[in-house]
Design a protein around this ligand. Structure first.
Ligand code: XMP
Length: 333
């Protein structure tokens, strides 16, 4: 619409003025905020932007390829994809405590990004390398980190953020979404030509599947979880609620699959199986501070369960999480 069109024009002019003929790097995660920031900055300065996409191997099924297809394939942005999955798996081996896993993932993420930024500088892509670091910070992030007053005394889960990164890299900050709320960021994303489906995705935590595999992270677990989760999400998008005409994906705020590294017995054909268990989690919430488990239709749960067990060899039991927040949290770790 014309209001968003005006907004884009203004934002583009502001970015051009701020950046001049310098260069910008941006860490692309596949999430909504960094994606919209990338699309907007690319609209403004084209090839003066280089996106660095660190693939930690804990993304959802085909997610990395989809990010590349969108930004490199369709938007023709410069994107460096770094496959760091082996590094992450190596460093996570033997670690099962959730906060420790988060810290390792956060630290490696920053390390890999910094190394890539330094490499880009050395390779002299452009005259002097990037002088700006762009981030998809949105207004609620600004408020959240603004007052020490609002900091909770106890950290329940340390969130994956990259505070202090621009200083460490000696870069100036470019944060074109700082004034926007989430729904405005989404509208902007659509107006910039990002697919609606990408822009209206459920939130996905920075540590990714790292906190959805309980305990120690292993490649085998991540591969099983990715396939099971893709089935759950596909069926949430397939099932429509008659009363509202909306899909169950849109009727839930966040939905995902959790991998439980325990084995249970089952039967399949004339054989006995002894395989892993997954839990389905779907919640409805307005602020993610409290959340109700979603009353998904039995027909949907039935379809998802039978598809996962039949299609994902290695998983023979599917459970549904009926815990609300509080006292449970949305993620299991
Ligand atoms: P919990 O599990 O605390 O989750 O009820 C609330 C919301 O925060 C997300 N979450 C995270 N996001 N890094 C993130 O970027 C994290 O470490 C992290 N832990 C939880 C969670 O997905 C939910 O939307």
């Amino acid at each position: 619409d014309w209001i968003m069109g005006d907004y884009i024009e203004e934002a583009v002019a502001r970015i051009r003025e701020q950046v001049g003929d310098e260069e910008v790097i941006l860490g692309l995660s596949g999430g909504v905020d960094s994606s919209v920031a990338a699309a907007l900055i690319h609209r403004a300065i084209g090839d003066q932007l280089t996106c660095v996409f660190v693939d930690h191997g804990l993304l959802r099924l085909h997610e990395g390829d989809m990010v590349m297809d969108m930004f490199e394939g369709k938007l023709h942005a410069k994107v460096v994809r770094v496959d760091a999955s082996e590094l992450f798996l190596r460093e996570l081996a033997g670690v099962s405590e959730p906060e420790q896993k988060r810290k390792i993932i956060g630290r490696l993420f920053v390390d890999v990004f910094k190394a890539e930024a330094a490499k880009l500088k050395a390779s002299g892509q452009g005259h002097k390398g990037a002088t700006f670091l762009a981030q998809g910070t949105i207004y609620p992030d600004v408020i959240e980190s603004g007052g020490a007053k609002s900091k909770k005394a106890v950290t329940i889960k340390s969130h994956h953020n990259v505070g202090g990164l621009p200083e460490q890299l000696g870069l100036k900050l470019l944060e074109p979404l700082r004034d926007l709320f989430k729904d405005e960021v989404r509208e902007l994303g659509v107006a910039l030509g990002l697919p609606r489906e990408m822009v209206y995705r459920h939130p996905f935590p920075g540590p990714g599947l790292g906190v959805r595999i309980l305990g120690e992270v292993k490649k085998e677990y991540a591969d099983l979880l990715r396939r099971a989760d893709a089935i759950f999400i596909e069926e949430l998008r397939n099932f429509t609620d008659e009363a509202t005409g909306k899909t169950w994906y849109d009727l839930t705020s966040q939905a995902f699959t959790v991998f439980l590294p325990v084995k249970s017995v089952g039967v399949m054909g004339d054989g006995r199986t002894y395989d892993y268990v997954v839990a389905l989690r779907a919640v409805q919430t307005s602020d993610f501070m409290t959340a109700d488990w979603a009353e998904l239709p039995y027909a949907l749960l039935k379809k998802v369960s039978s598809r996962i067990i039949n299609e994902v060899r290695g998983i023979n039991r599917v459970t549904y999480d009926v815990s609300s927040k509080p006292p449970a949290t949305i993620e299991w770790e």
